[in-house]
Design a protein around this ligand. Structure first.
Ligand code: PMV
Length: 309
């Protein structure tokens, strides 16, 4: 008995950073994301004999740490309690991109695990398959950002839950400038914790909420430039929290700063460019409109040596 599910990652333009209720992954502010089907995780579950689940987690480059395995298996155990099932599984999970480099790998892996386990457990116990909304809420328990991967292309997550948003730009082109593919030293879980010590944490929830509202308006009225400006402010706001927390930390490298400057110059010269954002990592995410295809190639050659995902 084997089940397999592939789920996409997503990139937040308004960030989930800071938790109101850490044990339940309740965010202090709404977040808005674009789903990334080309960066995905496939989870396969196979029924096994014996009392324990086992796990084999692979990225495009390396197997994952035992800490990541424990987090994954804990989530599976928690899902099993909803079905009162004692069935043991072997979990095989594979990302088609590097893990822990600020590419939101926990979003796609927990979304895939939740969907796969929910299907398997529904089949085994004869329970009806829960709704997508319920599955997304369960997934949020494992990794907050994963709940947005259940809806595409645009998803908003706030205190009322997560939903698909009907916005223009259904087929943006996404690029990651992979400036440093290695696993980051400060995980996003640690970042959520540390940011509370920053003096800028005060008012963060209101700032993010106001930007979320403004970004939805800008996208709805196809004001690309305004959307770019809001997204720029937003990732800078999140990184300022990192730079001013106690202890302070940074994901920016010299290369990150230089590339951001180059991208700003492109916008200045052309009056147009991609939406730019960064997650909790040194890599830069770019979103292009379909009509910017030729421009995207020019930008790529201008930026030179960066590996693009
Ligand atoms: O879901 P987590 O706990 O890995 O947090 C994700 C945090 C960011 O990726 C930095 C922002 C976001 O909204 O995805």
């Amino acid at each position: 008995m084997t089940w397999s599910v592939t789920a996409p990652s997503n990139i937040a333009l308004i960030k989930y950073m800071g938790k109101k209720e850490p044990l339940r992954n309740e965010p202090i502010n709404p977040s808005l994301s674009y789903t990334l089907p080309h960066l995905h995780t496939t989870v396969t579950l196979t029924c096994i004999q014996g009392p324990h689940d086992t796990c084999d987690l692979q990225t495009s480059t390396t197997p994952l740490s035992s800490k990541a395995k424990t987090r994954f298996l804990d989530h599976l155990a928690w899902l099993k309690t909803h079905f009162q099932s004692t069935q043991s599984f072997h979990v095989y999970s594979h990302n088609n991109f590097p893990h822990g480099a600020g590419l939101a790998s926990s979003a796609s892996s927990f979304a895939a695990l939740t969907q796969c386990a929910t299907r398997a457990l529904s089949d085994i116990t004869g329970h009806a398959l829960p709704s997508v909304e319920t599955q997304a809420t369960w997934s949020r328990q494992g990794s907050g950002s994963s709940c947005r991967s259940f809806f595409e292309p645009w998803a908003r997550w706030d205190e009322h839950g997560v939903e698909k948003l009907a916005l223009p730009y259904p087929s943006l082109h996404h690029q990651t400038l992979l400036l440093q593919p290695e696993e980051k030293k400060i995980s996003s879980s640690m970042a959520h914790h540390y940011v509370q010590t920053s003096p800028h944490y005060q008012g963060r929830s209101e700032r993010a909420k106001a930007r979320c509202h403004a970004l939805i308006q800008a996208l709805s009225s196809t004001s690309w430039r305004t959307a770019y400006e809001i997204c720029w402010e937003e990732f800078q706001d999140m990184h300022t929290l990192f730079h001013t927390s106690c202890p302070s930390f940074t994901y920016f490298t010299q290369d990150t700063l230089q590339t951001l400057e180059q991208l700003k110059t492109i916008w200045h010269v052309h009056g147009d460019g991609p939406i730019i954002t960064m997650d909790a990592g040194p890599n830069i995410h770019l979103l292009y409109r379909p009509d910017q295809h030729a421009f995207m190639k020019d930008i790529q050659s201008l930026l030179g040596h960066h590996h693009v995902l």
